[in-house]
Design a binder for this molecule. Structure first.
Ligand code: SAM
Ligand code: SF4
Length: 326
């Protein structure tokens, strides 16, 4: 198992299939974002080769992300190819859901285990303001299609941004009263350079919980506060679904971090919020053997940073969230 200096066992790899996207969320990228040319991105055989190397090093769990992973032309063969790699026991995906209505069943058939769908609001006008695209209905149909395809449990990720969707938090949470879904509220990470949003627009977990409790009464803490991934889980009394709160800004979970990221341009990124990266694409294209790539990966993981410095105003400037793979 690859361990870092702090003894954290890195067994979870998030892979960004592309930096491109069919939405333009205000907290993620500017309207005029320029995407990388295809030849600067990993090819499908390169994705599969690197995944197999990571699997031999102890990675067991893969999450495909982006940019938007469903717009990758080979996404189905990538899912089935990764599922076939010995040692990989789970392949899941974070998606904006725009293409899921058609793709949920083929993805499930290819071996995808689950999806997290990003949905920040139940209001189509707010959706348009946040994502700069008029795709609410498509995403909603995509969520229903994912449920019908058995990509369960349905988890919806909502980033709350003051001035955009902060007055609709309780409505979003209310979906868990009607559906057995998990709605996960994520504190917005104010990425420098790539967006115009300010720290003052971060809505904290405490504020979100207060807001929901004003409508639904006290929330029940679940699992004695044990985290589900990066989320602390609650429930509205009597609801079939669950609420998760991811406090990346106010309560980072760095001590439990078991993940590394592979960017679409072949960099191993050790922490979402630190600029440290290891270039794997250049050595791979210069003929590096699997053993040589393995050594580069092991040396990088050994140096995985302890934590991020958001609380001190240290913000990574070298990439947008969509380039890293959230
Ligand atoms: N396009 C896919 C999607 O939106 O689900 C996958 C990539 S997106 C970068 C992954 C996750 O990062 C999404 O849930 C998105 O809401 C989240 N995200 C993007 N920018 C963020 C930010 N500044 N702060 C917190 N979360 C962010
Ligand atoms: Fe695209 Fe996801 Fe970023 Fe929104 S959060 S712009 S859907 S990559």
């Amino acid at each position: 198992m690859p361990l870092d200096t702090y003894g954290r066992n890195i067994n979870y790899l998030r892979i960004s299939l592309t930096d491109a996207c069919n939405l333009r969320c205000v907290y993620c990228m500017p309207e005029n974002q320029v995407f990388r040319p295809r030849d600067e991105l990993l090819s499908t055989p390169e994705f599969l080769r690197l995944t197999a190397i990571f699997a031999r090093m102890g990675v067991v769990k893969i999450r495909l992300t982006g940019g938007e992973p469903t717009i990758h032309p080979d996404v189905l063969s990538i899912v089935s190819g990764m599922r076939a790699i010995p040692g990989i026991n789970s392949v899941s995906m974070t998606t904006n859901g725009v293409l899921l209505e058609k793709m949920a069943q083929p993805l499930a058939t290819a071996g995808l285990e689950r999806v997290n769908v990003s949905l920040d609001t139940t209001d189509p006008t707010e959706f348009l303001r946040i994502t700069r695209r008029n795709s609410f209905e498509k995403v909603w149909q995509g969520v229903l299609a994912a449920e019908a395809a058995g990509l369960l449990p349905i988890k919806l990720n909502a980033v709350i941004v003051r001035g955009f969707n902060d007055h609709n938090i309780a409505k979003l949470a209310g979906l868990t009263v009607e559906h057995p879904w998990h709605i996960r509220f994520i504190e917005m990470m104010p990425f420098g350079g790539s967006t115009d949003l300010q720290r003052s627009q971060v809505v904290t977990t405490t504020e979100a919980i207060n807001n929901i409790e004003n409508t639904y009464g006290p929330l029940e803490l679940l699992d004695n506060g044990r985290m589900d991934g990066e989320a602390v889980m609650y429930r509205i009394a009597g609801a079939p679904g669950r609420l998760g709160f991811i406090s990346s800004v106010t309560k980072p979970f760095c001590a439990y971090c078991s993940r590394a990221r592979l960017t679409a341009d072949g960099r191993l990124r050790l922490c979402l919020l630190r600029e440290n990266e290891v270039d794997l694409l250049t050595p791979m294209r210069s003929g590096a053997s699997d053993d040589e790539l393995r050594e580069l990966i092991a040396a990088g993981i050994w140096q995985k940073p302890w934590g991020h410095g958001l609380a001190n105003g240290e913000i990574p400037l070298n990439r947008t969230m969509s380039e890293i793979g959230g």
